[in-house]
Write a protein that binds this ligand. Sequence first.
Ligand code: ADP
Length: 165
Amino acid sequence: MRRAIYPGTFDPLTNGHLDLIRRGLRIFDEIIIAVAPSLKKQPLFTLEERLVFIKSAVKGLKGAKASVFDGLLVEYVRKTKGIAILRGLRFVSDFEYELQIALMNRRLNHNVETVFMMPSEEYTFLTSSIIKEVTSFGGSVKGLVPEEVEKALKEKYKDVKRIME
Ligand code: ADP
């Protein structure tokens, strides 16, 4: 059983994340999508909301599971008997930060490899932040996030707009 852990904030899940999960499943038997609370980033969606989006989006994907983790990632990987950490690389700018984390994780646990994958070109510009920004200004993100996420984003920003009016 080759299990990988795909950690992230997923605030919210995008089709770029899903593209990476699908690609990962061609190499690994199982991928645990591990949602970090990332409270420092002040997420728009609660941990539970983020987890529900993922669970419903991967329902039909054999081998994909969603869970929550907090603390040291390599420790979570060890506990869940993972052999690798899966991360996405979109731009050169992702690389510096990702390399730093990957090398630190290797130092902390030599038995865990980090595997980087590239999404389909159509998602290389896609970040959860840009999705939130576009929706906050009333722009459409159709086709870039699952429908459930699109609806939830509209709801969130309706409340924000109401406060500002
Ligand atoms: P984090 O807070 O760890 O950066 P994210 O949810 O932003 O959490 O990203 C989780 C992982 O998914 C990261 O490895 C990131 O590079 C990757 N990722 C995010 N968006 C995309 C995308 N459009 N295509 C491929 N990988 C992506």
